[in-house]
Design a protein around this ligand. Sequence first.
Ligand code: NAP
Length: 318
Amino acid sequence: MRGTNVSVMEDVDIAIVGGGPTGLAAGIYAARAKRRTVLWERGVLGGQIALTGVVENYPGFPEGVQGPLLALDMHRQADQFGMETRYDGISSITREPEGTQFILETDSGDAYRAKSVIVSAGGTPVKLNVPGEEAFTGKGVSYCATCDGAFFKDEVVAVVGGGDAAIEEALFLTRYASQIHVIHRRDSLRASRVLQDRAFASDQIEFIWDSTVEDISGDEDVDRVTLRNVLTEERSELAVGGVFIFIGHHPNSELLGALTKLDEGGHAYVNLWMETEQAGLYVAGDVRVDAARQLASAVGDGVTAAIRSEQYLQEHYS
Ligand code: NAP
């Protein structure tokens, strides 16, 4: 087990792993409770909302709010209360060999001892795992229409998936692409009714049902996909300049496997207080089981975890 021989550099009250909305909301509460709170973020603060355009369904913003701006404001708010931010990844979390605290090791080799830990590490996009996907990532293959849609002005593109993310992003792409083919492996969508209705009403969106993408190809950039109809086994080629893939997310729970129980998909089991089977360890947001995976619920999770974490510190450390 890692973490047993490191010399601890710094003591932290509440360690937060992941700087998306869940972690930032937890940070606001934890730091405002005057606990030494440190948040680690390996990539960009804001998580998925940093990659989003306008968020329309976050309460209190009837005109919508820009995701990246909201993330910056959440961070500024936490910062004002004294939360410290480290732009580094956490590579392991272990329990002190003879104690109750946690040892966190960072990608850059530092070690911290924390009384309580909130893991809010979010998730990463599920890959199709077909030929061409990896090679053309950034050259026509994308997992974020909000980030990359503008590069496909007046082009024909494909969107893979039938959930909320796929349909929402297909709708977003209508701002740029001339035509969007939504390729779905069944003949009905998982996406919510309101999104379905909007997509069916768009004359730029066309559905290709009962089909999967078998291959993504091109020269420098993507120029076509090979489709397989899962009912007839018929294969066909579709000329597209881009392929946007939205077939779900994997929770980033690699740090948790040795500490607490995960479900088959890798989500951590928690109770309604975001408590795990390790006292003092909380898991919140997209990395836990049964998450609604909405911005507002992610924020709520972070708040719940921070309140419980603070109570835990009061009970065990005063
Ligand atoms: P999701 O709801 O799990 O949908 C994934 C879609 O990808 C499904 O249609 C699934 O098909 C398809 N799929 C999965 N594996 C596939 C494969 N290997 N090949 C082809 N297709 C595959 O995931 P999501 O859309 O990312 O949404 C995740 C969560 O976030 C959901 O709870 C969703 O409601 C929420 N969300 C909400 C909003 C919003 O409300 N505005 C926006 C984005 C996400 P099947 O249907 O056949 O399983």
